[in-house]
Design a protein around this ligand. Structure first.
Ligand code: NDP
Length: 792
């Protein structure tokens, strides 16, 4: 080396600004693996089991085998589920404060062993130590602290609920310990016990955590960890003594789980994939937005479900923005994840590397241009360049499917309306990032983007107090915050005992004609009474077999028309809550003025006390009218300089299959909370007494309910319910039906992964504790968490 004057040396160093190596020491983590003889069994009932079969856990940065890990079979799963079942009672007996102390101790354990966990995570997953040390592990600890608080509060804050029981949890490899924390902390805080399966590629931090539970004083069996591959996950999900399933992973596996668990009565939350938009307006702070892109797509090698993988740039700044981005990409450092000055580490596994490469090759074949900086990659291990793909259209595979790697697709838009259209042109709805210095534009776009999490002038922000989760095929349920905890408690309305089944009318006999004028009721679609598409009618008898009228026999085409009409009524969700309340109050008033007529009809058709049912139905509409402008969101204050608005939004179009008994009360118990929250509804009324629903059209017409907000299709509930389940533009389905039909509609709902909610059809809807609750409003909404920064 040539040494010049000290000043020229300083200049030389300054001009180069090269990083020296800053390797993290992995010996402590490797020693921990060594203490276990390099082989791990399952953690069941507070101790290790000897695994019958093992697989290699590989360091993706070096391809070295780190440890051998057990593959759980059906007997292992059964052992773990039984341990969790036994532990429920001792866990309950600890009481809220005792459980809170355990969660608090877990948070402390994580902090005390933070470096070990961070290094182990980096070794096992390939993500940079900078991220595991500064982001993953601190967030894990924060999650346990936050939920230690909830453990103490849950019984007073969620009074009408109880724990599910044993929860089966399956998590992916991209944030191994963080995903564990997101699942385990709320499940335990809510009073459940857990069997968790980590991903095959990344089991080690879960096993290290399992050992920490011993030092945190967690009773044996409260948390059980079984390792293995997808087959182990499948066995766990299918175990019939699991009460709730919580899954994070791909949409395909999410669909399979929905199908397998259909009709089982198990609670289900799914956190699935995404193809999230990152929208940059011309007036954005462009350098800030470039840093946002780096964070949005190259954090964790792009293996992030909410990665901002679709860059949407306003056309006028495209060249400027892409030039800045390419300049920044030249400075990104890819390499050994244990090096503290590395930006991007290794891809989790060679098979994931091949998937990413195949997407990029496919994009080039489709005419796209793929660009990356010309820095060499390490010659061993699984690495991929941060990559920018241009010359693509939304129809290209790379622009619509989740790559789950460091690949950014760039497109342009002209107006903010077009930005929203392109952003929503995806089957997913997990997250969105919006960059503009104009708060009006940013908030307007945020309110119209279909995503569970929206970041304004920021990206990839997470906090235990703020819920995270998706819309549409990104799954349902939230993790974190109050809404995340609610997903681990079973509400009283879900555990209603069966009431007496209704007495169904027999065959109509022409020999006993109706005492009333002949009536031919039509369907009610888009605010109009329409004839059924098939042209068929069905006779309706009173209990004694007398003909009382005929109804239209709805079919698939009628359901399609009703769905279209319901989507056309989306302005209902934009009406103020006060406006919706006024309409519902008016509805109750108009129902009141025809109370005697409805009461007579109900008594005649069902033999029940019609007066009582009508009175209760009016009260129910009043209840939800009152709630319209009171069921609101929350404001969270995460540790950084941000506020988070947690806003409940309507689900969209809700299908409702009404109970047979209580033809008016059953209808209104389900339809009213759904529309109170801004949804539009397609209702399939009682088959026992459909004429009560068809009489109701006139009440709707006179109550200022906008056309398309409530659509009613009479006919066979089983057939029509299945059509609603199959329809990909129905966002949720509530069914008060018998068990076989409930199973079928859940199974059929996998197309667009709609949320389903099934009740025992024969519950006593007169019982207010079962038929009327804020829980119905919670189920009629999904929370959008909107992050916005403030300050200098
Ligand atoms: P997978 O869905 O393949 O796997 C997720 C977990 O499920 C793993 O533990 C896996 O086991 C297990 N599994 C696989 N098949 C089954 C089955 N049939 N029944 C039960 N469990 C099963 O996803 P990846 O792990 O490959 O993760 C990548 C995908 O996950 C991406 O599409 C990404 O978008 C999504 N994801 C979503 C997140 C979110 O919060 N929404 C977060 C992280 C990822 P094994 O690993 O052993 O195969």
């Amino acid at each position: 080396m040539r040494w010049g004057s000290p000043m020229s040396r300083v200049r030389e160093l300054f001009e180069q600004m090269d990083y020296g190596p800053a390797a993290e020491d992995a010996s402590f983590a490797k020693a921990w693996i060594g203490q276990h003889g390099g082989t791990f069994g399952h953690w069941i009932d507070g101790d290790w089991t000897a695994p019958a079969r093992v697989f290699d856990s590989i360091n993706p940065a070096t391809s070295e085998c780190l440890a051998k890990v057990g593959t759980a079979n059906a007997a292992d799963i059964d052992l773990a589920v039984r341990a969790a079942r036994r532990a429920l009672e001792p866990w309950r007996q600890l009481g809220p404060e005792g459980r809170a102390r355990c969660l608090y101790a877990l948070a402390r354990q994580i902090q005390k062993h933070a470096r070990l966990l961070a290094v182990l995570e980096t070794l096992d997953n390939g993500k940079p130590i900078r991220e595991t040390r500064d982001i993953d592990i601190p967030l894990v600890a924060r999650h346990f602290y936050h939920h230690a608080g909830w453990a103490n509060l849950v019984e007073s804050e969620f009074p009408e609920t109880s724990p599910y029981g044993v929860v089966g949890q399956v998590i992916p490899w991209n944030f191994p310990l963080l995903m564990l924390a997101w699942k385990v902390a709320p499940a335990l805080a809510a009073g459940n016990t857990v069997v968790l399966k980590p991903a095959e590629y990344t089991s080690l931090t879960a096993l290290c955590f399992a050992e920490l539970t011993r030092y945190a004083g967690l009773p044996d069996g409260v948390l059980n960890i079984v390792t293995g591959d997808g087959e182990t996950g499948r066995l766990l999900i299918a175990h019939n003594d699991i009460n709730k399933i919580a899954f994070t992973g791909s949409t395909d596996v999410g669909r399979e789980i929905r199908e397998v668990s259909a009709g089982s009565g198990k609670g289900l939350t799914l956190e699935l994939g995404g193809k999230s938009p990152f929208i940059v307006f011309a007036d954005a702070d462009l350098d800030g937005a470039v840093e946002g892109v780096v964070d949005g797509i190259w954090f964790n090698q792009g293996q992030v479900c909410c990665a901002g993988s679709r860059l949407l740039i306003q056309e006028s700044i495209e060249d400027d923005f892409l030039a800045r981005l390419r300049r920044r990409m030249q400075t990104l450092r890819v390499g050994d994840p244990l090096d503290k000055s590395i930006d991007m580490g290794a891809i989790v596994h060679p098979s994931q590397l091949r998937t990413i490469q195949a997407y990029v090759d496919g994009a080039i074949q489709e005419g796209a241009t793929c660009w990356h900086a010309e820095h060499p990659l390490p010659d061993q291990g699984s690495y991929f360049h941060p990559t920018l793909v241009t010359e693509v259209s939304p129809a290209h595979r790379i622009a619509s499917e989740e790559v789950f790697g460091p690949v950014l697709v760039s497109m342009t838009f002209r107006t903010h309306v077009e930005a929203i259209e392109i952003a929503n042109n995806t089957r997913y709805g997990l997250a969105a990032s919006i960059w503009s210095e104009n708060i009006n534009v940013a908030l307007d776009v945020a309110s119209k983007v279909k995503a569970g999490v929206v970041w304004i002038n920021s990206t990839n922000e997470f906090d235990a107090a703020s819920g995270f989760g998706g819309y549409r095929e990104s799954g349902f349920g939230r993790e974190g915050g109050r809404e995340g905890l609610a997903a681990y408690r079973k509400h009283r309305v879900d555990i209603a005992p069966d009431a007496a089944a209704p007495v169904m009318p027999g065959e109509v006999t022409a020999a006993r004609p109706s005492e009333r004028l002949d009536q031919t009721a039509k369907l009610y679609v888009g605010g109009k009474q329409t004839r059924p598409d098939g042209g068929y009618s069905r006779r309706v008898a009173s209990l004694d077999g007398a003909l009382v009228g005929e109804i239209g026999e709805g079919n698939r085409k009628d359901i399609r028309n009703a769905v279209e009409a319901a989507h056309g009524a989306s302005g209902w969700a934009k009406l103020s809550a006060h406006g919706r309340a006024q309409v519902l109050f008016f509805l109750a008033e108009n129902l009141q003025s025809r109370a005697d007529e409805f009461a007579y009809r109900i008594s005649h058709l069902t033999g029940d006390d019609g007066q009582r049912e009508v009175a209760e139905a009016i009260a129910r509409v009043f209840f939800y009218a009152g709630w319209c402008d009171k069921y609101e969101g929350a404001v969270h204050q995460p540790p950084a300089g941000k506020i988070v608005l947690a806003m409940p939004e309507a689900l969209g179009v809700v299908g409702v299959v009404c109970p047979n008994r209580y033809p008016l009360l059953g209808l209104l118990s389900l339809v009213t909370p759904a529309i109170a929250m801004g949804n539009s509804v397609i209702a399939i009324p009682s088959e026992q007494a459909p004429l009560v629903a068809t009489d109701f059209y006139q009440v709707l017409e006179t109550s200022d309910v906008p056309a398309g907000v409530v659509n009613i299709i009479t006919g066979t509930r089983a057939t029509l319910g299945q059509e609603l389940a199959r329809h990909d533009h129905v966002d949720a389905l509530w069914c008060a039906v018998h068990q076989e039909l409930a199973t079928e509609v859940e199974r059929l709902s996998i197309g667009n992964l709609k949320q389903t909610w099934t009740f025992s059809g024969d519950r006593d809807w007169m019982d207010r504790s079962l038929g009327q609750s804020v829980e119905f409003l919670r189920r009629a909404t999904q929370v959008k968490n909107l992050w916005t920064p403030y300050g200098e």
